[in-house]
Design a protein around this ligand. Sequence first.
Ligand code: DHB
Length: 385
Amino acid sequence: MGIIGGGPAGLMLSHLLARRGIDSVVVDDRTYTEIEQTVRAGILEADSVRMLVDTGVSDRVLREGDQHAGIELGFDGQLARIDFAGLVGSSVWLYPQTDVFVDLAAARSRDGGDVRFGVSDTIVDDLDAELPVLRFADADGARHEIRCRLLVGADGSRSMCRHRIPEDRRQQSFREYPFAWFGILCEASKSAPELVYSHSERGFALISQRTEAMQRMYFQCDPDTDVDAWSDDRIWAELQARVNVNGLELIEGPITSRTVLRFRSFVCEPMRYGRLLLAGDAAHTVPPTGAKGLNLALADVRVLAESISQFLASGLDRHLDDYSRRALQRVWKAQHFSYWMTSMLHLPVERSSFDLRRQQAELRSVVESRAASAYLAECYTGWPR
Ligand code: DHB
């Protein structure tokens, strides 16, 4: 098995396949340090946590992660809690994606997995042949050509693998958004015990956390925002203005990282062409509101490991189609949820009092209706397998 991409999706797949006795080689053109140092999202669904623990990757998430039994929604001068535990008997964990990556890479290394970071000239070919080929050059320049039973593109949103599928054999659905998130890391203690999703007249803000001493926050901005034009003081003033209306005051501290995250919804269907399968961001992207990206990638590879093992045992292509069909059902539910959370919480660019008041009423409808709150809780904590 050849797996292109050594992020959480590729590494988890390799780990799950190894547990089924299936060998794989994982290649990534980024170095270990590059991946480890990229700031990514931080929320794991309960099933994602179970997958890490129950398949023997690591139980560090249980010791160092923070279990969150709800979130706060801030709007129209108030904070309202969505009680995941009470509504749907579930919860999520705050545990950064980079830690998931570190745990998975350590588990692969511990179990003797073949994972190569820092490769170059990666190419996949003969995708509709019986044995497709993976070519790459190692970090030391040695060239390799490996014939594999299957190839898996887990190579992120700019996926080289996806682009190798003929255009007339993939349907791509897109949505662009006219806003982005300004994301920061700061040295401060926690401003709130759980995540706060705050709707305001100045636009959306999200108060998240990392550790006791380091926090992660975001606010809605123009996609062309120049982060260098924003001083610490200006960032804090903007964040405070967006949460104060809802009765929250943030604990401030030095800002150590600032980036603009663009929003996109994207799906490539089917998630299979010949002997190539796509997983995670290579096949789909969601806007970050709702924190579904990493969870979807892990859900993909859980189904994929099963389908690959059935395919190898039977030689029947239908198991590969089954993977795409099953994975896409969850992908589209997550697309809808991420789109809904995004459109409910972010102010349109041409903001009118109608938009503002309608969104406030939508949020009020959600928090005052047990059914609507339970729906949000169900989606946020993750759908059953
Ligand atoms: C984080 C990111 C998200 O997109 C989200 O919805 C919640 C939390 C985070 O980085 O902590």
